[in-house]
Ligand binder design. Sequence first.
Ligand code: SF4
Length: 463
Amino acid sequence: MHVATLASEDDFDGWRTAARTLALAGVAPDAVVWQVGDQPADLFADQPAPDAPSGAFSVPRPFVDLARRALCHRDPERFALLYTLLTRIRAQPKLLDDQADPLVRRIEHLAKDVRRDMHKMRAFVRFREIAVDGAEPRYVAWFEPDNHIVRANADFFARRFTTMHWSILTPELSVHWDGDTLAFTPGAHRADAPDGDPLEETWKTYYAAIFNPARVKVGAMTKEMPRKYWKNMLETALVPELLASAQKRESGMIAAAHADIGGNARVSWEALREESGGCTRCPLYGPATQTVFGEGPTDARLMFVGEQPGDQEDIAGRPFVGPAGQVFDRAITAAGIDRARVYVTNAVKHFKFEPRGKRRIHAKPAGPEIDACRWWLDQERVLVRPPVTVALGATAARALLGRVVTISKSRGTAITLPDGGECWVTVHPSYLLRLPDRVQAEEEYARFVEDLTTARNRAEAFA
Ligand code: SF4
């Protein structure tokens, strides 16, 4: 047995050095014991990792990124799992493409858990001010992450709160920023963090300004905002009061958003897309690979809304790149539309599927999933403000119009959306792929192109 000792639970560099050395020496995964710091090792694990033999090897970049994330998971088996994956990737460089491989899937799940935990930390950390006589104010927050993510997330907070002097205390590791340098100290206790202060009012004011009452589902709040974080959050106390004035506030919020965005729409969109990567508003985030957000210019005059990402979109992280996307690209080109100038998104941002052997078969999103994901679509629409929107299929129409519509009855007529834009309903390109009769498929395709041409003409009228 060989013993590989890492400096800390999130010591990626230490793991990488040890794993490279072990792999070059040809040490089998089951002959390595991984330990952190001075934890007691296995009684039989008495042989240190070998000295580095000469030579080098490279691994695909996606493996390094995946390993860096997965290594922050609390699962004690992660070091060994990653080393096993590394040894297999040396023999099979495209192994990560095999989504059916149990080890690949398990490690991707670890990485996904870590990504989600990092997003939660970014969303739920709340600083409170500590007044120190004669010194710069210091802001302190308490947070309890599920995984070893504090170091991996520190740069984000340093960039975001770069002019503040702050500390984030957690049970395992604390991080401090003095405006110039990040420093790490051992974990702390909740009692070490302050309970309340003037910043509380600032946060409440901020939260009241961004609160979207129409989208709050009180019953679902424990999913969106796990209860364990509630005690650290000042804004939870505001929810009942804000809900009471829901309608009035929503109108004001939308109007303010339109007025404020100005030239910052792209920046806001980037932030929104990043935020969507950690969404847990409905259960679809669980089995899918990643959030597939919309793409396109934020000043597009034409927006296309599809149903949800498919198998290939889920892996690529981009909408409309699979078989239906190819039909879509061909049809918009035939309609004289340049894809680079339109905004393309989906009503639901995660791939819903049923596993069947090695395949993942598309499953239709349910009403509550469409409603949950509408929050993102609404935000995209506030930022892009397209005068013309095309709903590709019934799911998109439901998300945009807030009600179930029949495609055959709604097609060919503009419907006014709540934000004043025009909505044109047509079929989803995947419908064309499913038509077994070739003549009918060609007729339907031509009709689809006609619908797209109408939408293009309408969008051009707003130039
Ligand atoms: S489908 Fe939409 S609402 Fe559901 S988790 Fe994904 S992004 Fe969030």
